[in-house]
Design a protein around this ligand. Structure first.
Ligand code: PMP
Length: 428
């Protein structure tokens, strides 16, 4: 690697910052659904969509909005009236589906969840939180305290009492063989059992589709069933939409809508790509919950005019171009292509997903045993073929994650599927 950037990285940054690839990649520029590395190699980007670049790399509309705002002013976010913040908050409140919605902007998903937990514990006067096994909610003190995925949850003396609930993933474990109906019933019983044996919790925090966990979905309606049990007891439901928001799942604008039978969550959190690269996170909550704090607050960088301008331009673009519909159509085609390809690869246990959020679970052929080495090998082979994908999964990272920018077109979907097919075949 040029000028030993990797050596310098290792010498000065924490060991726990995970890096992809045997020879880590330095991405230097991008356009549309493509990125280039420092050596000038071009890649189709099937992962950046869930990281930062939800819509497209170097989207001119966002670049223009950011540049114009940077040239005008970037000042304190919250001490003075902030027009782009109010504009974006109005649009998100209206899209959220939460009645009397209030919006608070942060700079990351971690901080969004941290804020949601602060609100829930203050509102309910309880520091007990329900979270899902295998979940990921961020890296702060409280967020690791509700992260069930042990690979991403370092030992910390979290001040929260966390109770982990079944339902996020069922490829393995005691409920693996149940059908959807019995599975939901078993998870609800598990939840009731926990509620019967603990102090009243403040909230349940859950990802509608587990992201870092490998793009695993519970049966539709699980969270509706949970919500009924929780609401009877006044427990709040926080839907972590950091990966599932903004139409990525194709069928719905938010992940929680697959569970909408009994109504919206009390809070939702968002982040990642809404700024198409600018750092925006946030919480949407019912007014009563958002306004429960009994002291002032301020945010220096949450909601700066520059990030809000990016968010507004990006949201406008994605709505005007119906990128949710695009995720449904192109994602549907991609998942079909990947399922057809996987049928010839015994290591693929399952191709799952919704819209442009597709997971491929790898096991040692003919067994149920997770195969993280195979996942790494496919990641490397795809890169060699000119395609970037991600990894994820439970305690073993044995799933591949496909999450391209939402503007992916059919030709790119076909091209990426062909590269991934070759990469999967190469590990046989
Ligand atoms: N929640 C979920 C569901 C996430 O996937 C992530 C990031 N992987 C976070 C929260 C944390 O977001 P950030 O990295 O912006 O802090």
């Amino acid at each position: 690697m040029n000028d030993d950037l990797l050596g310098r990285h290792r010498a000065v940054l924490p060991d726990w910052l995970a890096l992809y690839y045997d020879e880590p990649l330095e991405i230097t520029h991008g356009e549309g659904r493509h990125v280039w590395d420092a050596q000038g190699n071009r890649y189709l980007d099937f992962f950046g969509g869930i990281l930062t670049t939800m819509t497209a790399h170097a989207l001119p509309e966002v670049t223009k909005a950011v540049t114009e705002q940077a040239e005008r002013i970037v000042h304190s976010s919250t001490l003075y009236l902030n027009r782009p913040m109010v504009d974006l908050a109005e649009r998100i409140a209206q899209l959220s589906g939460i009645p009397e919605a209030r919006v608070f902007f942060t700079t990351s998903g971690t901080e969004a969840n941290d804020t949601a937990l602060l609100l829930a514990t203050a509102y309910r006067r309880s520091n007990t939180i329900l979270a899902m096994r295998n979940s990921y909610h961020g890296r702060s003190f409280s967020a690791v305290g509700v992260t069930g995925n042990r690979g991403w949850s370092p030992t910390s003396l979290s001040p929260l009492q966390t109770l982990y609930v079944h339902g996020g993933v069922r490829t393995r474990g005691p409920f693996a063989d149940l059908d959807d109906y019995d599975y939901v019933a078993a998870c609800v019983d598990d939840l009731k059992d926990l509620l019967g044996h603990s102090r009243p919790p403040a909230a349940l925090i859950a990802e509608p589709i587990q992201g870092v966990g490998g793009f695993t979905s519970p049966p539709d309606g699980l969270y509706a069933a949970f919500r009924e049990v929780l609401h009877e007891r006044g427990v709040l439901w926080i839907s972590d939409e950091v990966q599932t928001g903004w139409g990525r799942t194709g069928e719905h604008f938010w992940g929680w809508q697959a569970h909408a039978r009994s109504g919206p969550p009390d809070m939702l959190t968002f982040a990642k790509g809404i700024g198409n690269g600018m750092s925006i996170g946030g919480v949407v909550a019912r007014a009563e919950v958002m306004n429960c704090l009994d002291a002032n607050s301020i945010s220096t960088f949450g909601g700066t005019q520059i990030t809000m301008a990016a968010g507004l331009a990006n949201l406008t673009y994605l709505l005007e171009h119906d990128l949710q519909g695009n995720a449904r159509r192109v994602g549907g085609l991609l998942i079909e292509r990947l399922r057809a390809a996987a049928a010839h690869v015994p290591a693929v246990r399952e191709v799952r997903g919704r819209g442009l959020m597709i997971g491929i679970e790898l096991t040692k052929p003919g067994t149920d045993e997770a195969d993280p080495a195979a996942a790494s090998a496919v990641l490397e082979a795809a890169r060699a073929g000119g395609l970037l994908i991600g990894k994820g999964g439970g305690h073993d990272t044995s799933a591949l994650r496909v999450a391209p920018p939402l503007s992916l077109n059919v030709a790119e979907a076909e091209e990426g599927a062909a590269i991934l097919e070759d990469a999967l075949r190469s590990i046989q």
